[in-house]
Write a protein of this length. Structure first.
Length: 415
């Protein structure tokens, strides 16, 4: 029962996270587009706001923006904050549920560093907190008045953390934590800067005083950061399903390239929506960054190089020392020959360091089932994917028989 409930729990949290993220990203893109579409009108002094007319859903909308505050408080005011909060809270819950709750499976790679699940969770959460403190300090430093230098400092911070995560976690978890780090910055901007500044402005307005225009400027800058970081965050959050994105020892470089590519694409739309023309060069830069990222992943993967004819098939390596395994796998019952026969016949052609299945450059989701040690490590996934459900092999493409699933169930029951 527990694996079933755990699977459903992860699915429901992920569903909530995706829905919340759609709401937050949609609102962010809309308001950036709205800001760029504002035009001056007589009712609002020059440089202090503007107006935009829109048509949608069969009606017309007249939207005005005041850079500081209007002359009076409206009777009804809509706050945009819970999209951000619910996205981060559900994302953090999913991080705990999947990566910290199943650390031996997804977070810890003994080939990278042997740590306990508790240590991994403390490092991950501590890094998110430390990352926010560094990012926030950069934004409050003199660099805040020099946007290009601030952008460079933030970029280097992202790459440095990506490299650090890669020295501690599995490749999949390292890239996911990089995305979680940036997402924490984005929600921190809303919680610690944007919303407090808006509350202070409203309090001043209610008291009959003119709000400090710097509050609005600070909030707008943080909102712009969120807009430019959105596309990279989405890439990192989706990367867990695509091992070629994170399996390279140089995936920290791929992180940097994705940040640049996502940022310039957003720049294209932001400038275009503001009437500044089409900066087509941004798409060339983005395409070049993606091409280099793909080249890095291929150059780091012998199986991928062989697939595209860059190298000849390597001879079988001489037997070496057994790979290091997690504590949980070491305590598990030995994987007997019958189980290995099933896995080797029905699963290992895809789930191997160099997959034999056509068109596969790396093992799906980084799950390796080509040795008893790897099979023991990924036993929880085998239970869910091949015993409790018949999701694997996909469409039963390798014709796994019911008695073979029973053999796996017998071994798993002894764990």
């Amino acid at each position: 029962m527990y694996p079933i409930l755990h699977e459903w729990g992860g699915f429901l949290i992920r569903w909530t996270h995706v829905v919340a993220a759609i709401a937050w990203i949609g609102a962010s893109f809309y308001f950036m587009h709205l800001d760029a579409s504002l035009r001056s009108i007589a009712a609002i002094p020059a440089g202090k706001g503007g107006e935009a007319w829109e048509v949608h859903g069969g009606g017309f909308y007249q939207v005005r923006k005041y850079l500081v505050a209007p002359d009076r408080m409206p009777d009804h005011l809509i706050w945009h904050k819970w999209q951000s909060y619910s996205t981060w809270l559900s994302g953090f819950a999913l991080l705990c549920w999947v990566y910290y709750g199943q650390a031996d499976l997804y977070l810890i790679d003994p080939a990278v560093r042997v740590i306990t699940p508790m240590t991994g969770a403390l490092v991950g959460i501590g890094a998110l907190a430390l990352g926010w403190l560094i990012y926030d300090r950069l934004n409050r430093s003199p660099l805040a008045n020099r946007p290009p230098l601030l952008a460079a400092a933030v970029f280097l911070t992202v790459v440095a953390f990506a490299y650090g995560f890669q020295q501690v976690f599995s490749g999949r978890a390292a890239m996911l934590h990089t995305g979680a780090l940036i997402a924490t910055w984005m929600t921190g901007n809303v919680f610690f800067v944007i919303m407090p500044n808006q509350r202070k402005a409203i309090a001043e307005l209610v008291a009959g005083r003119v709000p400090n225009p710097d509050w609005g400027k600070q909030a707008k800058n943080r909102s712009s950061h969120n807009n430019y970081l959105t596309l990279p965050v989405l890439f990192f959050m989706l990367s867990g399903h695509y091992p070629m994105a994170w399996s390279s020892p140089y995936s920290w470089g791929i992180v940097g390239l994705v940040v640049i590519a996502g940022g310039v694409v957003r720049h294209f739309f932001n400038v275009r929506n503001a009437g500044g023309g089409d900066r087509w060069w941004t798409w060339g830069v983005a395409a070049a960054c993606v091409a280099v990222a793909v080249a890095i992943s291929v150059a780091s993967n012998p199986a991928a190089r062989e697939r595209i004819g860059l190298t000849a098939a390597a001879p079988s390596p001489e037997p070496g020392p057994a790979p290091t395994v997690s504590l949980a796998a070491a305590r598990a019952p030995a994987v007997d020959d019958a189980v290995m026969a099933v896995i080797g016949t029905r699963c290992a052609m895809c789930h191997a360091a160099e997959p034999l299945w056509p068109d596969l450059g790396s093992a799906p989701k980084g799950v390796l089932l080509d040795s008893p040690e790897h099979v023991a490590r990924f036993a929880p996934a085998i239970r869910v994917q091949a015993v409790l459900t018949h999701a694997m092999p996909p469409n039963n493409v390798t014709d796994m028989q019911p008695e073979e699933r029973d053999e796996l169930a017998r071994w798993l029951a002894a764990r």
